[in-house]
Design a protein around this ligand. Structure first.
Ligand SMILES: [Fe+2]
Length: 286
């Protein structure tokens, strides 16, 4: 086995190794090198523009999708990569926020992304504000055919929901978990309140306790500069980073009752159950 991982659900999945722009100026003699599942992976484009990935002597299955590079470590994917229709939807603006390194399990990273309860405390004056800390009841469903989790009818008062927001807003949210380490959040678009912006979170597991979390925006926003959009996302991620890195254990406990549930964590409970049911253990407490 090329990779130090015995979790079939991860080996047979599509894992990102970063934005496709990493390949600019790269070649077989000067590849983009990155760490995936504790192994060095080299990626480049051949003379025909085809993406090539190698790990040691092994050629890997790789694809370029949604402006990101995706590797199936085993070469035997159980399904095609998730759909992301908003990426190609007319009127949306695609902004790649690149990644931030975090010393935490990829599962912890995704769980934090799904949690509205921390907004007023960790993202005060942006995504929440004391005393408006109430997380209203919402619905969680597993789409068995797609193998995805959806949380719908979520809402939260946000003082500054995005860079373009000039007032507080009662923001509608939807969450979608496509893979253990990939999720999309849909939230009210401030400039077009009838529409929802999409924010993709793609996690590259360097190992079980260290990751890069990439963020891709598919926004309705023609006015905010790219620099301002990036700086807003990096501010939010920068607020999460120390909290995530101080979590103990660093890996995700999946045993029921191993962490005291709070009333706002229906999505977290569903995510942990879903991981356990599909047998995902990489980044979890064994
Ligand atoms: Fe956060």
């Amino acid at each position: 086995m090329t990779f130090q991982c015995d979790d079939r659900t991860v080996l047979d999945d599509w894992l990102t190794v970063g934005p496709s722009t990493r390949l600019t100026g790269r070649s077989s003699t000067n590849p983009y090198r990155t760490k995936l599942l504790s192994s060095d992976v080299d990626v480049w484009r051949d003379g025909q523009g085809k993406v090539v990935a190698r790990c040691g002597d092994s050629t890997l299955m790789v694809q370029d999708a949604y402006g990101y590079l995706w590797i199936c470590p085993s070469g035997k994917p159980t399904k095609t990569i998730f759909s992301f229709p908003e990426y190609a939807e007319p009127g949306r603006r695609i902004v790649d926020c690149d990644g931030i390194g975090v010393a935490v399990s990829g599962l912890r990273m995704v769980e934090n992304f799904l949690d509205m309860g921390h907004f007023p405390y960790v993202h005060a004056h942006y995504l929440g504000e004391v005393p408006q800390t109430e997380v209203a009841a919402y619905e969680v469903n597993v789409d068995e055919s797609a193998g995805e989790i959806w949380a719908t009818n979520c809402r939260f008062y946000q003082p500054k929901t995005s860079k373009s927001a000039t007032t507080g807003l009662d923001v509608q949210y939807r969450y979608r978990v496509m893979q253990p380490m990939s999720a999309i959040l849909y939230k009210t678009a401030f400039p077009r309140p009838g529409e929802m912006d999409a924010i993709g979170l793609f996690v590259q597991p360097h190992d079980e306790e260290s990751i890069t979390a990439y963020c891709l925006l598919a926004y309705y926003d023609d006015t905010t500069t790219e620099t301002d959009l990036l700086s807003f996302q990096h501010t939010i991620f920068g607020q999460d980073k120390p909290i995530l890195e101080n979590q103990r254990p660093k890996r995700m406990p999946l045993q029921p009752g191993s962490e005291v549930p709070t009333r706002c964590d229906a999505m977290s409970v569903a995510y942990r159950r879903w991981l356990k049911a599909r047998g995902t253990s990489y980044g979890a407490v064994r």
